[in-house]
Design a protein. Structure first.
Length: 342
């Protein structure tokens, strides 16, 4: 009996099949998250040097969400998000040079220096923009999902927004429309607990944001947004639901941003001890590093090599952004209207 109990315990302790991931997959997730982290750290430095103007919202701490969701996306799927968008761009495969150059408002930027931090696009990468108006992208993302259903193309729109935007009225108009017409949308709520600076308990009467679609009969799920595999598995389930014609799905990613709302926010609404505790116990990159070492997929030297590679890419992107020329003033008159066919 004792042996049977031990065997049962050992079997129960095995990782569930849906949590499985190959060495190459885990190393890719690690590299992609580290690229976002190092890129954002350098962006913060460039902002402090005055090379990036306007608002700049960093994604540090939330890397597992963009990378985990991207892991289940198929070619032709769309991504749309708010203004904390650099991580999504990199996860979608946009060139770090073009993203950094756009942050500095240079000609080599993805939007030719006219978009800046909050308004970059790359339809080639399936990225339909960061958007500066809180919650505006939810309606636009629902429109992308409507187009997918109209065309019957089997594609899914991944629509990101934060806990602050979850209280916007247009979000619920979009939910109603999406469920009514069974639109293939996955709504990803990046709940980093503080919106623009107010704790969610002080701003929301219902803090379980994955339940916000209940009155529209949209299923939802709470996910550990600091665990890339948990994110990936939940996103796969939600995407299959949407892709199969079952309609929208809501994923609430419980996460935490380490920096303030933007570079100009000192984040005095929380303690340094609180931030340090999350960094120490829940950091998504540290968690994956430990998993790689536990499984024997990478040792300290291999992980250092990845970090060196990523730092070189980020340094190159920063130099490109610094030296790329300013846009020609005539560029102000382009991309205003659709050009008529000749």
């Amino acid at each position: 009996m004792a042996r049977a109990r031990q065997a049962a315990k050992a079997e129960a302790s095995k990782e569930a099949p849906e949590r499985a991931a190959s060495k190459d997959e885990l190393l890719k997730y690690y590299r992609d998250m580290l690229l976002i982290r190092r890129f954002e750290e350098r962006a913060g430095q460039l902002y402090g040097m005055g090379l990036i103007g306007g608002f700049c919202h960093l994604y540090i701490g939330q890397e597992a969400i963009a990378v985990g969701v991207q892991a289940v996306q198929q070619e032709g799927d769309q991504v749309i998000t708010g203004y904390r968008d650099h991580g999504h761009m990199l996860a979608c495969g946009m060139d770090p040079r073009e993203v950094m150059a756009e942050l500095t408002g240079r000609e080599g930027g993805s939007s030719k220096g006219k978009g800046g931090s909050m308004h970059m696009f790359s339809t080639e990468a399936g990225f339909y923009g960061g958007h500066g108006i809180v919650g505006a992208q939810v309606s636009l993302g629902t429109g992308l999902a409507f187009a997918n259903r109209y065309r019957q193309n089997g594609k899914v729109a991944f629509v990101y927004f934060g806990d602050g935007a979850a209280n916007q009225g247009q979000v619920y108009e979009s939910f109603n429309m999406a469920e009514l017409w069974s639109l293939p949308a996955v709504y990803v709520i990046e709940n980093n607990q503080y919106a623009m600076g107010t704790a969610i308990e002080r701003s929301s009467s219902e803090t379980r944001l994955h339940m916000r679609g209940a009155s529209f009969r949209i299923p939802g799920e709470e996910v550990d947004g600091m665990d890339v595999l948990a994110v990936r598995d939940a996103a796969a389930k939600a995407a299959e639901h949407a892709r199969s014609g079952e309609g929208p799905y809501i994923l609430e990613m419980k996460t935490y941003r380490y920096r303030g709302h933007s570079m100009s926010d000192p984040a005095k609404y929380r303690t340094r001890e609180e931030v340090d505790e999350v960094r120490k116990t829940r950091d998504p990159i540290d968690h994956l590093r430990e998993l790689l070492e536990q499984r024997g997929f990478a040792d300290e030297a291999a992980l250092r090599d990845i970090d060196s590679e990523v730092k070189a890419i980020v340094a190159d992107s920063a130099e490109f952004a610094r030296t790329s020329p300013e846009p020609d003033p005539a560029e102000l008159y382009t991309d205003v209207y659709v050009e008529a066919a000749q």
